[in-house]
Every structure is written in structure tokens, then in C-alpha cells.
Design a protein around this ligand. Structure first.
Ligand SMILES: Cc1cc2nc3c(=O)[nH]c(=O)nc-3n(C[C@H](O)[C@H](O)[C@H](O)COP(=O)(O)OP(=O)(O)OC[C@H]3O[C@@H](n4cnc5c(N)ncnc54)[C@H](O)[C@@H]3O)c2cc1C
Length: 433
């Protein structure tokens, strides 16, 4: 290990889509980057997401009407949302923080912040993917939300003015209009919403692998090691303690998804992250085609056309990250999809589970560890990690360069869970969503 770190060296911990995007952006901005992961790149949550570059997700995870339905949702063992009993105690802190964001100024601030990040997301991922030679994996044909229940659609439409106020192009579609866009949808669909500027990635795993290849081709490194600790040194630089080797860098960015908490917990009083496991079922021979991601309104899950076939994805299972997956949840997606789509051929279907790194307010964590110069973090992207990957990378690079970030980074500071949202360092929002 070098005793002095060269000023441009950066270690990025985690080779998921967030870490690899950060790494490519930093290299582009002149840094010498080493990515460290205990596994091969793109093996964890980023490997199997729905590929939806969504403009819809600008709200905190807990909403007032959802709280009313919560007991019913949780009691249904095969429902779209479950908390495994053994994990319930770990959810106390997450739940307390989620409740504090349900309404009022904080909800307005979180919505505004997520929206300001989201409206820039597609342009930034397009720029980064083009730079790395992966633009062919992206397309922007919009995204649909389809409903079989008119009341549920009316309820969702109450949010239209909120999306519009934040610059998101979305409008209501009739049953005929939705059929014209996606003929494979069931005739029972009564209508939906169309997010004009949403897009998709046809192979999320490949996107990250192309980033890793690009990084290495241009002089960066991707190394395999289990990181056991990370801390700043009084004589400058940050040491990453690996099972195989200790490494020293001028700056380190922790992008270890759900597992970031294990590396950072000693520096904070509370990091209320939860393991929100999601599932997909990959259908290589589905026998029907979609042109864009379709999210089904009730219950909430998605179907996306991928290079490898049709991917059904969704469900939220709060459970220990290393508990055995319950692949019946992936199979449940097929039962649900059969209610919304033309007949599906399940030949060759493959289930998958991934751990979403979920913070209770819906905002990712992006910032610098207090009292640890050179130690930064970017994680906790929950349902939006692919969508927000490149805009996050831009933010991290701006932070290292002490330059202006594309958005105000104050609300993303992990200290929000200790000192609240509207301390002197957090801006007060208006109470309007
Ligand atoms: C079913 C499902 C569907 C989804 N659909 C979408 C979607 O359509 N659009 C969207 O934007 N998002 C979606 N998401 C969310 C998105 O996939 C995640 O937000 C994103 O993958 C998180 O990326 P990450 O890089 O932070 O974490 P990860 O991909 O989990 O990567 C973290 C990496 O850190 C490494 N690591 C951890 N600890 C250590 C350590 N101590 N030492 C060394 N390495 C370590 C791990 O090995 C891993 O490679 C979906 C998620 C799921 C589960």
C-alpha cells in the first residue's frame, strides 16, 4: 500500500450500476479510478431490475392512503408488499422515519427534490452511456401505467397536477388510446397514464458491464476484494481495508447499495436503510411483445421488453438480505401478468431476486462523511437506482471537485436522519406538493 495517496486517485466501493456510473464519470473528469467489489461487476440488485428509466417515481414510499391499506397488505402472505416476521424489529426505525415524511413540508420537499433529479435523469444517462459506448441499450418511447379499475385510475389522476408542476410530461389515456400503443394489453384495461419522456434500458446488466470495460480500457481498475472497513487518515487520504489488501486513495466513494450501512455505521448515529427485496421473472419466449415498460396500477408491478425477452418485475418483500429467496413471489408475477396481458408462454421462465437499498424517505444518500475528509457516499436508491445512476454520478463528481452539482445536494445528506430536514443546513420547502 502507498503511504501517500496521489491527489487524483479515487476508490469506488461497489460495482453495481451506481458505483460503475460514478467510476466512469470520475474517470471522464480526470480521476484515476479503482472500483472494488467482493463479486464480479453487476451481480447484485443492478443485474435484474426492470430497466425502466421512469419519470413517475417522485414521491416518498409511504403515502397516507397506503397507510390505511397497510394491515390488509401485510396480512396477505402472497401480496405485493410483505414484511417477514423476523425482519419486523429492523423495520421500526425505517417505519418511524417513513411516517415522518407522509405529509406536510417534508413530503413537499422530498417530492420537489426527487422531481428535480428525475427530470434530468434521462439526458444524463444518455450522455454517460453514449460516452461509454452503450447508447444502443437505451430508448425513449415513454412509459405506461395501466389500470383495470376506473376508481383506482381516477385516484391516480389526482396526482397529475403534481407531476405537471414539477415539469413531468404525463397525461391520461383512454382504453382505446392505451390499446393503440400496446396491443398486447388485455381488453379489460380501462385506461392509464402515459409518461412521455420516460425511457428504458434493454439490458441493465450489460450497461454496467460496458461501463466496467470502458473504465478498464481507459486505464482504470476493477478489483475483487471484500471491503471490511474504510476510514480517513490524519496525514491525508482514505484507507480501504480489504480482506486481500489494504488500499489508499485521496478520495473514496462508498456505493455498496444496501450493504453501505455496514461500512459507514460507525460514522453516523443512524442509517435507517432496509432490505426491500424485489423479484423478477424473465420470459425468453413470452409470445407477446411490448414496445415500452408498462406498470400495472393494482397491484403494482411492471412488464418491460428486454433484449432477452419479457421481464415481469416488482413486489416488495422486507426481509433479511441474506435470507433464502422465496421464488414463489417471482412466479406470482406471472399469475398477475396473465390478468393484464395477452396469453403468455412461460417456457424457459427464470426467477431472480435482488435487494433494493431502501431509505425511508425515498431520497438516496449522497454526501461526505462528517469528520472523514475524502470519504464520500452514494447509495440508497431503492426503486430508482438505474434511472438516477448517471445524475448521481454527476453529483458525486461535482462534490469531489467542489463544483456546483446539477441539483442542491443538501437534502441527500445522511445527517438528515439525525438532525431533521429543516435544520440550518436543510432548506425549508413550501408546503405545496
Ligand atoms: C425487481 C426490481 C426491479 C427494479 N426496477 C427498476 C427500474 O425499472 N428502474 C430503476 O431505476 N431501478 C429499478 N430497481 C432498483 C435498482 O435496481 C437499484 O436501485 C439499483 O440496482 C441499486 O444499485 P447499487 O449500485 O446501489 O446497488 P447494487 O447493485 O446492490 O450494488 C452494490 C455492490 O456493492 C458490492 N458490495 C457490497 N458490500 C461490499 C463490501 N463490503 N465489499 C465489496 N463489495 C461490496 C456488492 O457486491 C454489489 O456489487 C429495481 C430493483 C428491483 C429489485
Amino acid at each position: 500500500m502507498n503511504s501517500i495517496a496521489e491527489p487524483t486517485t479515487v476508490g469506488v466501493i461497489g460495482a453495481g450500476i451506481v458505483g460503475l456510473s460514478v467510476a466512469v464519470q470520475l474517470q471522464r473528469d480526470g480521476y484515476r479510478v479503482t472500483v472494488i467489489d467482493r463479486d464480479e461487476p453487476m451481480q447484485a440488485c443492478s443485474a435484474g431490475n426492470a430497466g425502466y428509466l421512469s419519470e413517475a417515481n417522485i414521491f416518498p414510499p409511504a403515502a397516507p392512503d397506503m397507510l390505511l391499506q397497510l394491515p390488509k397488505l401485510l396480512l396477505a402472505n402472497d401480496g405485493p408488499l410483505v414484511i417477514r416476521p423476523a425482519y419486523a424489529p429492523k423495520m421500526m426505525s425505517w417505519g418511524r422515519h417513513a411516517l415522518s415524511v407522509v405529509k406536510g413540508d417534508v413530503r413537499a420537499m422530498v417530492t420537489r427534490t426527487l422531481a428535480s433529479m428525475t427530470v434530468q435523469a434521462y439526458a444524463m444517462i444518455e450522455t454517460l452511456a453514449t460516452y461509454a459506448g452503450a447508447a444502443q441499450l437505451l430508448s425513449r418511447d415513454g412509459g405506461l401505467v395501466a389500470f383495470k379499475n376506473a376508481q383506482a385510475l381516477d385516484k391516480k389522476c389526482e396526482l397529475l397536477n403534481v407531476w405537471h408542476r414539477h415539469g413531468i410530461q404525463v397525461h391520461r389515456l383512454s382504453d382505446a388510446a392505451i390499446q393503440a400503443l400496446e396491443p398486447a394489453l388485455s381488453r379489460e384495461i380501462v385506461g392509464g397514464l402515459f409518461f412521455e419522456n420516460s425511457g428504458r434500458c434493454s439490458n441493465p446488466r450489460r450497461l454496467g458491464l460496458i461501463y466496467a470495460e470502458h473504465l478498464v480500457r481507459n486505464g482504470g481498475e476493477v478489483v475483487r476484494d471484500q471491503v471490511n472497513g474504510v476510514s480517513s487518515q490524519s496525514d491525508g487520504g482514505v484507507i480501504v481495508r480489504g480482506a486481500i489488501e489494504d488500499r489508499r486513495f485521496a478520495n473514496v466513494v462508498v456505493c455498496a447499495g444496501f450493504w453501505s450501512e455496514e461500512l459507514l455505521h460507525s460514522h453516523f448515529k443512524s442509517i435507517p436503510i432496509a432490505s426491500e427485496r424485489g423479484y423478477h421473472l424473465m420470459l425468453p419466449n413470452a409470445g407477446l411483445s411490448l414496445k415500452r415498460p408498462v406498470v400495472f396500477g393494482e397491484p403494482h408491478f411492471a412488464a418491460t421488453p428486454m433484449d432477452e425477452g419479457l421481464r415481469l418485475a416488482g413486489t416488495a418483500e422486507f426481509a433479511s438480505a441474506d435470507a433464502p429467496p422465496n421464488m414463489q413471489r417471482a412466479e406470482m408475477l406471472l399469475r398477475l401478468a396473465r390478468q393484464y396481458l395477452a396469453p403468455i408462454d412461460e417456457t424457459g421462465a427464470k426467477p431472480w431476486m435482488g435487494v433494493r437499498p431502501s431509505l425511508p424517505d425515498g431520497l438516496p444518500a449522497i454526501g461526505t462523511v462528517p469528520g472523514q475528509p475524502g470519504l464520500h457516499y452514494a447509495f440508497g436508491h431503492a426503486h430508482n437506482g438505474l434511472t438516477l445512476s448517471a445524475v448521481t454520478a454527476k453529483c458525486v463528481s461535482a462534490q469531489l471537485q467542489r463544483a456546483a452539482a446539477p441539483i442542491d445536494l443538501t437534502p441527500f445528506d445522511l445527517m438528515r436522519f439525525e438532525r431533521g430536514y429543516f435544520s440550518s443546513k436543510q432548506p425549508r420547502a413550501t408546503n405545496a406538493l
